[in-house]
Ligand binder design. Structure first.
Ligand code: SUG
Length: 455
């Protein structure tokens, strides 16, 4: 059923105080090439908050998701490191610095990987369904699922309107990276849509490996989520990522393709079976009288896949602008790196000028601290289309206002370090200060008891 008054709410991950460059993600070009660098958590968090404010000032509804509890010293204890916190941190550093780095990672900032979301017009029981991602492909990310599940259950607590499932079984057969490999198309956010799930591998076909880099999303995971969410099989499409794209650094599909409502923006090398895919996606929308898809396909002759990975154009957010005068018009919220890349910038200019698609404005934002770890504007947010009633049932403490924005900026300014290196990660004093900082955040967001250390 169509819902009137539905809007897309973007929930951005607040970048945590331990943001650092540890090179933890094989296949993620930026993470690998900035490994060992010095990060600036304060600048990172402020860049994230500026992006959220920018979207709010465009008239969009913006939410926040809290960071993970980091460092996760209990995770090191589960790996056998014992003693007081100083001993655990020091022993982990001496045994294997990548284990230490994993429990400090602020990777929860990339909220596109928090969960897969199906809005209520698409689901059999008319509730909004969410499956938190198990993120089993990388140790540091696998530590996110429990707190993400808890946060989503606190924020979307009304069981009459929301279903927050358990993450899928934590095994590679069900490797799941959330909404980064999922795009929903619909005539408008409140109408029934078509959900596209993109996978890199099927569990039963070992020949489906790439030559260089790991694949992070399995078809089995996509199918399980579609079942859990009660999606209509005639409006659910599974497509394989092109293995060459994964090997070029496209570790998530949102590095090479994106969409909004009826618009589908992608690079010609994104998918393994492009022509049937377009028909499968467009047919249900045409049948429901919603017109077809507007396809914006970048060719190799426009720019290469390497330029796509360097510029992160496809990790832009495409948002529908509110308001009478601009009904149906869309804005591309792109990373500044896309403007700095000649061929990509020329492509954006001609796309915005082309009246056959609704994208008629482009804005370039600075999220460079996140970009150096392979996270662009779209990685930082989880899209949740919500009707007016569903928004009313959502925890208000995480919906951005000018006041909340100002409080979060002051909290970051007051507590965040402006420099973090690998050497800092064995410091128990810094660990304590980070947890105190998070404790204060749960008061600002009114999420008491969110973190394990608070219980
Ligand atoms: O999972 N980087 C993240 C980036 C995630 C981007 N998200 C989306 N494309 N939706 C990842 O690879 C790097 C951490 C480090 O190396 O310190 C990292 O986890």
């Amino acid at each position: 059923m169509a819902n009137s008054g539905t809007r897309e709410v973007n929930f951005d991950g607040i970048i945590g105080p331990t943001h650092n460059y540890a090179g933890l993600s094989p296949g993620n070009v930026a993470s690998a090439s900035n490994a060992g660098g010095t990060s600036n958590p304060k600048a990172a968090a402020l860049q994230g908050l500026s992006k959220m404010k920018f979207l709010m000032d465009l008239g969009l509804t913006q939410g926040v998701l809290p960071p993970q509890q980091r460092p996760d010293i209990d995770a090191l204890r589960r790996m056998g490191f014992a003693g007081d916190d100083a001993g655990v941190l020091g022993d982990a550093r001496d045994a294997d610095p990548t284990l230490l780095a994993a429990v400090w990672s602020a990777s929860g900032m990339w909220a596109a990987n928090a969960a897969t979301v199906s809005p209520s017009p698409d689901t059999a029981d008319g509730r909004v369904h969410m499956t938190p991602a198990n993120l089993v492909s990388n140790l540091h990310r696998s530590l996110e699922a429990d707190t993400t599940t808890r946060a989503l259950r606190m924020i979307f607590a009304d069981a009459d309107r929301f279903a927050v499932h358990d993450p899928l079984p934590a095994q590679m057969r069900f490797a799941d990276e959330g909404a980064a490999n999922h795009i929903r198309f619909a005539p408008s956010h409140g109408e029934p849509g078509v959900e596209l799930f993109v996978y890199g591998v099927t569990a039963h076909d070992p020949s489906m490996t790439t030559r260089k880099h790991p694949t992070r999303q399995s078809r089995a995971a996509c199918e399980a989520i579609a079942r859990l969410h009660g999606l209509d099989p005639t409006r659910t499409v599974f497509a394989r990522q092109h293995p060459d794209a994964i090997d070029a650094g496209v570790f998530h599909n949102d590095v090479i393709a994106t969409g909004n409502e009826r618009v589908f923006l992608f690079h010609e090398q994104a998918f393994a079976m492009p022509s049937s895919l377009m028909t499968d996606l467009a047919a249900p929308i045409i049948e429901s009288g919603g017109g077809g898809l507007t396809i914006v396909e970048a060719q190799n002759s426009d720019f290469s896949i390497d330029d796509a990975v360097k510029s992160y154009l496809f990790n832009s957010q495409i948002v529908t602008l509110p308001g009478e005068g601009s009904q149906g018009s869309m804005c591309l919220i792109a990373p500044i790196e896309a403007k700095e890349n000649g061929p990509v910038s020329a492509f954006i200019e001609s796309m915005v000028a082309d009246t056959s698609n609704p994208i008629n404005r482009a804005e370039f934002l600075d999220v460079r601290e996140s970009m150096r770890n392979g996270g662009g504007p779209a990685c930082l947010r989880l899209r949740v289309p919500l009707s007016g009633r569903e928004l009313d049932a959502t925890h208000r403490g995480v919906i951005l206002t000018d006041d909340l924005h100002a409080r979060l900026v002051a909290w970051v300014e007051g507590h965040y370090p402006d420099r973090l290196t690998a050497e800092d990660l064995a410091d128990p004093g810094l660990a304590r200060r980070c947890l105190d900082t998070l404790d204060e955040l749960t008061r600002i967001l009114d999420l008491p008891g969110l973190y394990p250390f608070q219980r």
